[in-house]
Design a protein around this ligand. Sequence first.
Ligand SMILES: NC(=O)c1ccc[n+]([C@@H]2O[C@H](COP(=O)([O-])OP(=O)(O)OC[C@H]3O[C@@H](n4cnc5c(N)ncnc54)[C@H](OP(=O)(O)O)[C@@H]3O)[C@@H](O)[C@H]2O)c1
Length: 292
Amino acid sequence: MTEVQRPGTIGLTLSGRSRVAGVMGWPVAHSRSPRLHGYWLRIYGIDGAYVPLPVQPVHFAAALRALPMLGFAGVNVTVPHKEAALGVVDRSDPTARRIGAVNTVVVAPDGTLDGRNSDGFGFIENLRAGVPNWSAAAGPAVLLGAGGAARASAVALLDAGAPEIRIVNRTIERAERLSKDIGGPLRIHDWADRTGALVDAALLVNTTTLGMSGQPPLVLALDRLPTGAVVNDIVYSPLQTELLAAAKARGNAVVDGLGMLLHQARPGFAAWFGVEPAVTPELRRFVLEAPG
Ligand SMILES: NC(=O)c1ccc[n+]([C@@H]2O[C@H](COP(=O)([O-])OP(=O)(O)OC[C@H]3O[C@@H](n4cnc5c(N)ncnc54)[C@H](OP(=O)(O)O)[C@@H]3O)[C@@H](O)[C@H]2O)c1
């Protein structure tokens, strides 16, 4: 057994055999992924590295295609490259194609690129960890937003058995596009009617940027939401958003957004470094200590 290294202490020295992965984004300086994967590398005593890769959009396709030549095991792909990545990889899994975006790239032994998307997996695992008896089949789910995160969440909820998904978005055309692309029991609600969408809901999720530090607040009266509904905000900066505070005050079970980030990282880490990593309270604390 390799001796376990504690984060915050001096990590393993890299060898010539180190496995290397990273995160491609633009900008990428705010990303918590290097800290998250770095924690696991040290905890599991792995001879490996996970590095930030600031790549401008104009260079993205070339940078991704260069990974096998550089000996990378793979990368996470983040804003603004997730949709573009789908068109660059050699293969993509059905989930990534339905979402329309790739967030995890694995370099196959033959040097080809495998595109996957673990955002929906992270979303569902976070709900299950936060509310152990939660079931997607319990009733209608309301998603505020129709961007990339909403797409991943909607696909994951449908696959997990949600009987109905209500998409509430400011730009109705974007909600219609999402509904057309994904299919299934999706209903579209006007942003102005967002309180009406809450009637009989079993799950409410904020996937908009509203309520995030530096963004406008999310204005939403919760009176019509059943108190048995689970409320999840995928915004995790701040960790306790106004939505979660208001929902908790009226008795709803609440789940914050940090766990989605932590759980979505698991499949990539396992593919690149060969260890199934655990999401623990200590990892949460360690990632939260990071500025930004
Ligand atoms: N916890 C996690 O692991 C995780 C993972 C992914 C994303 N996120 C967070 O999720 C949020 C959304 O990410 P994304 O990638 O889906 O972003 P995105 O594709 O840019 O979508 C943003 C969404 O927010 C809505 N919105 C923005 N400003 C609004 C306003 N003033 N009023 C009403 N709606 C507004 C947009 O509506 P329109 O269509 O009308 O513009 C759109 O639905 C971000 O805060 C991100 O940090 C968290």
